[in-house]
Design a protein around this ligand. Sequence first.
Ligand code: SF4
Ligand code: MG
Length: 313
Amino acid sequence: VNGLKKYFPVKNQLGQKSAFVKAVDDVSFKLYEGKTLGLVGESGCGKSTTGRSLLRLIEPTSGSALFEGKDIFKLKGKELREARQDLQMVFQDPFSSLNPRKRIGEILEEPLKIHNLGSSAERTEKVMDILHKVGLNVDHYYRYPHEFSGGQRQRIVLARALILNPKIIVCDEPVSALDVSTQAQIVNLLRGLQEELKLTYLFIAHDISVVRHISDQIGVMYLGNIVEYADTDNIFAEPLHPYTQALLSAVPKSSPTAVRERIVLKGEIPSPLNPPSGCVFHPRCPMATELCSKEIPVNKEARPGHFVKCHLY
Ligand code: SF4
Ligand code: MG
């Protein structure tokens, strides 16, 4: 993904477009086949907008997304419909994303019908197979969503995303609504399915400790920007951006001897309608200098494969 921007126009009192909310402002990253990129940051930083733009659930303002030799952002009509089979999304809230009036079997069969795939018998077989893959069983086929727990519903949502044999799945806070032990089960299931089906994930979460165990790379987002991007181990071993350092300082230490002072950031995230000048993080940054409010830092490769947008590097 190269230079993705998503600006939402905002209207003034006369109904004229007067400004833009820069929800995603020039974001670039790579997804490697069979791997997971974790996108983390506080709510409103542009993570979900990035994921939705990638799948064309919302229209990107500019940028490109190369996938199997084609730019996803330019696809239309039949080509877009075909690409959509390869690109699926798992939403945060398994309670609202399943139609309460439909049985699980119908819900899972629907995407196959929409894409006109297989005979009725073949579709049923496919649904049974997917139910099994996500750890549910044949009995669940005839049940309704309300008969399931949150964790089971998230399995159903995952099954629906898998039914078309996708290659890339955008998982938008897939475990945030679940209790901690169920979170671990779903993360383990996602990892198992990734291995079995060679899936590629863009895994979105506000909690960096959640993405740690599933991500090969991590991108840290702040106010529409990826401010740091590196292999997961490098992010945890040597976070470079002051914002990442603050996020990690809030994660419980892995060993009692690990020294990490809690860094408490001042203030709230500014509005993306009126972002700060220079480095967007400067009003909250404990390391900010005069330069930071004046000049936008460029994305630098500070260590091999470790990128950071900060004047300190
Ligand atoms: Fe902090 Fe300046 Fe780096 Fe921005 S550029 S993160 S304000 S030190
Ligand atoms: Mg979100």
